[in-house]
Design a protein. Structure first.
Lengths: 117, 349
């Protein structure tokens, strides 16, 4: 079982039942789109565009929360919150943390796959 | 099968929602990453429930909901909006644009299924009720048609009675009805009103049956006392249809009573003025006068169409409503057609 702060499968279990293959397919899809969203977030950050930063973080938060990726959800929520208040201080650091959270999620999914399939 | 439409620009979200929907009995999902693509699809396909994300770069959820509601037949589809924020103002705007319920991310599958099922049941009950109501309305229309047919039969019988007593009177009624119908059409009255006038006018002078032969068939100008008797035909005709409540017979009573009212208020029997005269009667007044002028009378020859139109025209504003007279002017083709179908009887020797 993965660390629930990184990946909490409760909701996905409600949706997918014991279809581990389905859950893993979805998580891998989420990891792929997550990478693209983080790139979008980085680009917005480079441009100093707070609105774009908020939007990108908001999108990440929404999908991450649906798949139970707790750390990714929390960090992206914090980034969104700051950007909505037109603050970018600490956001570069948070973005790094977000990438680390995604990396941890990736490990978690890999372990889960090894265990389940 | 209930179609649940899902619109979210994040593929992972779409997959989760679609998967949850598979757990709803009797439901299938149609998932869209592009709101615009979803709208195009919804134009062609019925939807039982819409699940839409609030924040999409291509089109905000609120705008999507408005556009969706504007599609024909989608105004009553329940809509669940999924939000990642609890922004009250946004929710208020969404609710005003037609959102039925909100779910907050992360979406709890159990909660979602319960809500979706309730909405699907509600929606299908609503649709069933609508179909039933339409059925009842169609039945009512059929029944009204049957009732109308009975009234038309009665009118036809009355026409035969008139014909047996006075062929000239029966012909005058037929011609007047056709002229009145043509005028009503030119005035762009509602189809059912035109139809009603066309039928009810066929007995507008039925009250003349109460006039004794010595007056009704008198081959000369009438005395004042005799005119008084003739004027009674309006009330006498209306009395035949008193208390009849079906649309055609009620209209027949109205026309019989008021077709000699004058627009300036100096007509009979009520002395009604202008708009106080029922519209159908204002139309028949013109048709009746025109039909009389173009027909032979024992005390004068029939007028030509042109002279008769001029004569009616002179009455515009005092005897007749000017708009109705104007409409008669436009009826040349119909007038000629009626005169060909029901030629005036040659004067009897």
């Amino acid at each position: 079982m993965p660390d629930s702060a990184i990946l909490d499968l409760t909701r996905l279990r409600d949706a997918f039942g014991d279809d581990d293959a389905g859950i893993i397919e979805l998580l891998e899809l989420a990891l792929g789109t997550g990478t693209r969203h983080v790139e979008r977030l980085r680009a917005a950050l480079r441009d100093g565009d707070v609105t774009a930063v908020a939007k990108a973080a908001h999108g990440i938060k929404g999908s991450a929360s649906n798949i139970g990726a707790g750390n990714v959800t929390r960090i992206s929520a914090e980034i969104e919150d700051r950007a909505r208040n037109a603050r970018l201080d600490g956001v570069p650091e948070l973005t790094l943390a977000l990438e680390e959270a995604y990396e941890a999620l990736r490990m978690s999914v890999r372990d889960y796959r090894a265990e389940a399939l | 099968m209930n179609r649940v439409m899902v619109v979210d620009d994040h593929e992972t979200n779409l997959k989760v929602y679609a998967r949850v929907i598979t757990q709803i009995p009797n439901a299938s999902s149609n998932a869209f990453l592009s709101p615009k693509g979803a709208l195009r699809w919804a134009e062609q396909n019925d939807v039982s429930l819409l699940l839409v994300d609030q924040e999409m770069p291509e089109m905000p959820g609120v705008d999507f909901v408005r556009a969706f509601r504007d599609i024909r037949g989608r105004h009553d589809v329940p809509i669940i909006m999924i939000t990642a924020t609890s922004d009250k103002e946004l929710r208020r705007a969404a609710a005003q644009s037609g959102v039925s319920a909100f779910l907050t991310k992360p979406v709890d599958p159990v909660e979602f299924i319960a809500i979706a099922q309730n909405f699907l049941v509600m929606h299908s009950l609503k649709r069933d009720a609508l179909v039933r109501a339409e059925g009842v309305q169609a039945q009512l229309r059929t029944m009204q048609g049957v009732l109308d047919a009975k009234d038309i039969e009665l009118i036809e019988t009355l026409e035969r009675i008139m014909e047996a007593r006075d062929k000239r009177l029966a012909d005058h009624c037929k011609r007047t009805a056709l002229f009145a119908e043509a005028i009503a059409n030119k005035l762009r009255l509602a189809t059912k009103d035109v139809h009603g006038i066309a039928i009810a006018t066929r007995v507008h002078d039925i009250g003349k049956l109460s006039i004794p032969d010595r007056v009704l068939l008198k081959p000369a100008r009438l005395s004042e006392a005799e005119w008084r008797i003739v004027r009674g035909h309006t009330s006498a005709g209306a009395a035949l249809f008193a208390d009849r409540e079906t649309p055609i017979l009620a209209l027949a009573a109205q026309i019989a009573l008021a077709h000699h009212e004058r627009f300036d208020g100096f007509g009979y029997p009520g002395g009604l003025k202008g708009e106080a005269i029922p519209q159908a009667a204002r139309v028949v007044a013109v048709a009746d006068a025109f039909a009389a002028l173009t027909a032979y009378r024992p005390y004068r020859d029939a007028l030509s169409v042109g002279l008769a139109l001029d004569e009616v025209e002179r009455g515009a504003g005092d005897r007749f409503e000017p708009r109705v007279v104007g409409a008669l002017r436009e009826c040349t083709a119909e007038i000629n057609d009626v005169r060909a179908r029901y030629p005036d009887l040659a004067p009897t020797a």
